[in-house]
Design a protein around this ligand. Structure first.
Ligand SMILES: [Zn+2]
Length: 240
């Protein structure tokens, strides 16, 4: 995790970018930790663009493809988190979900209309019960707990939609699992001939608006705020 420059933003920065930067600062203040939380990841897993570099204003139309994925050996989805829930959350206007959220927070400059939430698909990776008692995604084969990379977690999930989706339509992709995968955004993925440079992975254990919106912010190339960086550095000094 690099510490972003605290110098002022260029004066040429647009209103859309300013609005989104403000948004992520607010989100980071609300999220105690947005780093990957799988046993193999740790804070270093959440390496994303800083506020001052690599931020690119998105086009107004940013339809997302949200792929719902199950572990190969575990089909259970928590009650209430069915496909309809996620379609209302990500892709339906007037629900107070993420489509409304991004439109409002960007003053209408970002529109998720056209986003698609798939049916649940079964991915190739099994799950395992970690020492914390929670069920996490595992690599295959060999079934080695915690050894799978965040990039592979995303790639394996979105690969289930090969031949089913027109990937060229989408601004970005989210791999959303029924087991814990560690939330993370800003990871490169390639599918259907299209490169998604800042894809996102989340899971049903973090299906709340705050974390999901935060990781989508990384999907919009936004970095961490000063508040989050200070908190992370304090945590490092407290534990080292
Ligand atoms: Zn983050």
């Amino acid at each position: 995790m690099r510490i972003p420059s605290q110098s002022c933003a260029p004066h040429t920065v647009g209103m859309r970018r300013l609005a989104l930067q403000s948004l992520l600062i607010l989100l980071c203040a609300a999220v105690s930790s947005c780093s990957g939380t799988s046993p193999s990841s740790g804070a270093a897993n959440d390496q994303v663009a800083t506020v001052e570099e690599a931020v690119q204003a998105p086009p107004q139309s940013t339809p997302w493809l949200v792929v719902l994925c199950k572990a190969s050996d575990y089909q259970t989805v928590p009650a209430g988190l069915d496909v309809g829930f996620f379609r209302r959350l990500f892709a339906t206007r007037g629900t107070g979900g993420l489509l409304d959220y991004w439109r409002d927070q960007s003053y209408g400059n970002v529109d998720l209309t056209g986003s698609v939430v798939t049916d649940w698909a079964t991915g190739p990776n099994p799950s395992y019960i970690a020492s914390d008692g929670n069920r996490w995604i595992a690599a295959r084969p060999p079934n080695s707990p915690g050894s799978i990379t965040g990039q592979q977690v995303i790639q394996d999930c979105i690969n289930t939609q090969q031949g089913k989706q027109d990937f060229s339509k989408f601004y970005n992709v989210i791999a959303l699992y029924n087991v814990l995968v560690g939330t993370q955004g800003g990871i490169g993925a390639v599918v259907g001939g299209k490169t998604f440079p800042a894809a996102v992975k989340v899971d049903v254990g973090t299906a709340g608006m705050t974390v999901l919106a935060h990781e989508m912010g990384h999907g919009y190339t936004l970095g961490h705020s000063f508040v989050a960086v200070v908190r992370e550095n304090i945590a490092i000094h407290m534990t080292s």
